[in-house]
Design a protein around this ligand. Sequence first.
Ligand code: ADP
Ligand code: GLC
Length: 485
Amino acid sequence: MKILHAAAEMFPLVKTGGLADVIGALPQALAAEGAEVRLLLPGLPAVLQGLAQPRRVCDIGAVFGAARVTLWFGRFAHSGVDAYVVDAPYLYCRPGNPYQDAAGIAWSDNAQRFALLGWVAAHLAAGELDSAWTPELLHAHDWHAGLACAYVAAHPGTRAATVFTVHNLQYQGLFDAADYHLTGLPSRFMARSGLEFHGQVSFMKAGLSFSQRVTTVSSSYAAEITTEAFGCGMDGVLRARAGDLCGILNGVDGAVWNPQTDTAIARPYSRTAMHGKAECKARLQQALGLQVDPQAPLFAVVSRLSPQKGLDLVLAVLPELLAQGAQLVLQGSGDADLEQAFADAALRFRGQVAVRLVYDEAYAHQIIAGADAIVLPSRFEPCGLTQLYGLRYATIPVVRRVGGLIDTVVDADAQALAEKRATGFAFGPASADALAQALSRAVAMYRQRAAWAGLMDNAMAQDFSWAKAAKSYMQLYRDMLAPRA
Ligand code: ADP
Ligand code: GLC
């Protein structure tokens, strides 16, 4: 089964969030299930540099405002995954992240930049760019690749099936209607039944409307996004496609996130040899300038600082949490007001609160290994990966009962504790009170050493593997391709 995945980022070369982790791990897991997987990525500088043994597939010429577009094929050494890379220096060779400049302003030509990605995906799917390999199925991720589904739909000769995965419905790839002509798509697609969204062009809606199947990254989020509260205005479209929509939970890349083999952490540990975790905690406290106190429950946040993540609630409950003898470490960057507020908190509560306003992959491992608990008070969370990393590292998740957090964390209520199923603490309303209660429950249980050890053991016993996710995707692909056989 030949599958092409199109996406904007991939760990470890380009990463702004969980999408990169997914694209860095899912292709190998699908390959292990027998699929022949290739990736398609935009030629950002790090991606071009990371492509081993590049071979020119074709010259595409001048499209989307770029004078010279070349398609390369090669392999990513770290994963062994084969990939096409769209080399368009005018559109992709710039500093900053895939979507924004260093000041956080969206690139003004994102419509062209991501239309090109979708256009190349669709033309590969049509067999027009690489005569040696034509995918049977094109799998596009998030709005960045959403237009691929529209281009396939506009090209009646293309046999490839299309899947579109929503990683985060809030980012919709909205552009001015005046930019529509840049896409080269038929004018009939610029309609409510197509990719028009309140007078604008939405690349996300292109994926939702023109793909054959839509998936998202947890079952709970799949249900939530069909409601007004979580649908970001797209709930009507999603309700109309309910029969084609399903959730497949993300996994954890065990080659990257495994406390037994993790070279970034102070000392490895495992479910049967846990002593290393105490050393990870002590070293972390020391490095962060926190009081080195094994008895102080250490809560962690590793997150983008965006309204989605509900971290204003953490600020609201912080004095109350610290009064119970707890500590907090936060690593994240994003929203300027949140950055300032957390920086202020670190100054105010020296020795109890540490804040790192940076993106630092290795340090994220040290924090997740060294902390006792990881906090995700998200307003919405399609899947969430850091709670999964927490579970693997016996770092107990404290989460809001929403999206993928519902599907991955079992609250330590009396019944779950009795049945040895509890893995964390969950709360309902997005309020400071509800978070404070959950944190207090966590602190209280932390002080009961046997109960906490039980939680850690249950957490580490969880299996959120990519193999499981890959099996579900393979089933979906087979269902879609079967009638064509
Ligand atoms: P989202 O994709 O919404 O940001 P996820 O939980 O799915 O949320 O994925 C976030 C990913 O980004 C995780 O791999 C997490 O460890 C990483 N991450 C977020 N912020 C930072 C940071 N400041 N430093 C290092 N890694 C981070
Ligand atoms: C998005 C979501 C996050 C999810 C990630 C990977 O960024 O916010 O919940 O885990 O995509 O699917």
